[in-house]
Design a protein around this ligand. Sequence first.
Ligand SMILES: CCCCCCCCCCCCCCCC(=O)SCCNC(=O)CCNC(=O)[C@H](O)C(C)(C)COP(=O)(O)OP(=O)(O)OC[C@H]1O[C@@H](n2cnc3c(N)ncnc32)[C@H](O)[C@@H]1OP(=O)(O)O
Length: 194
Amino acid sequence: MSGTSPALQPPADAVKPVRHPDAPAPGEPLGAHYGQCFGCGGDQPHGLHLVARAGDGVTVTAEFTVQPAHQGAPGLAHGGVLASALDETLGSLGWLLRTIAVTGRLETDFLLPVPVGTTLYLEAEVTAVAGRKIYSTATGRVGGPDGPVAVRADALFVEVKVEHFTDHGRPEEIRAALDDPDQVRRARAFEVNP
Ligand SMILES: CCCCCCCCCCCCCCCC(=O)SCCNC(=O)CCNC(=O)[C@H](O)C(C)(C)COP(=O)(O)OP(=O)(O)OC[C@H]1O[C@@H](n2cnc3c(N)ncnc32)[C@H](O)[C@@H]1OP(=O)(O)O
């Protein structure tokens, strides 16, 4: 049964999301926020290599093709991988708000089995913002951008500071990230006041 739990209902004081004036233009590829990211990183051999683009308003589109490394049952995508694709697409909405945010809650509906080799056409949008809380929703379609919905999700992301990562990440990866000017530039692209 699909539906959103009370934990994902925006409070009465929630406001409409505002696209940041410096957000990437509609159609512009967003690129990876981290080369080793399982969702979007180009340096992650078994990752999803999901490619996201800015949409209109506070929306994004993305594509991901299910690889043999992503199987759960024979020839079918693992549900956790599909949830990761939804999570990554929802996470990339931060580029449009220029806000760093992490997933607090993700509620997923799996409506159709997704075979290996299938391209998932994803769309996500921010629906409301309440302080640090960002409410969003996403779909993943098969057969084309207008095909049937195979997976969908509703989520709550919570805005964090860069210290969320530097305080909690394993020191070797954090050191490498901070030593990489390109990585620091990408992290700052998320922030309103870097
Ligand atoms: C050099 C390095 C550069 C790095 C550059 C990186 C660039 C950008 C990377 C982006 C990456 C994206 C990648 C894909 C998206 C992931 O996969 S992110 C990874 C998965 N998520 C996580 O690991 C998050 C783990 N959880 C946490 O760290 C903490 O629980 C959180 C979410 C930050 C919240 O903790 P907190 O900051 O102490 O805030 P807290 O007061 O608990 O909650 C704030 C509000 O949210 C509500 N809330 C929190 N959790 C929930 C929940 N589960 N359900 C309902 N409400 C909740 C609270 O009730 C509270 O509401 P109010 O009281 O304000 O009304």
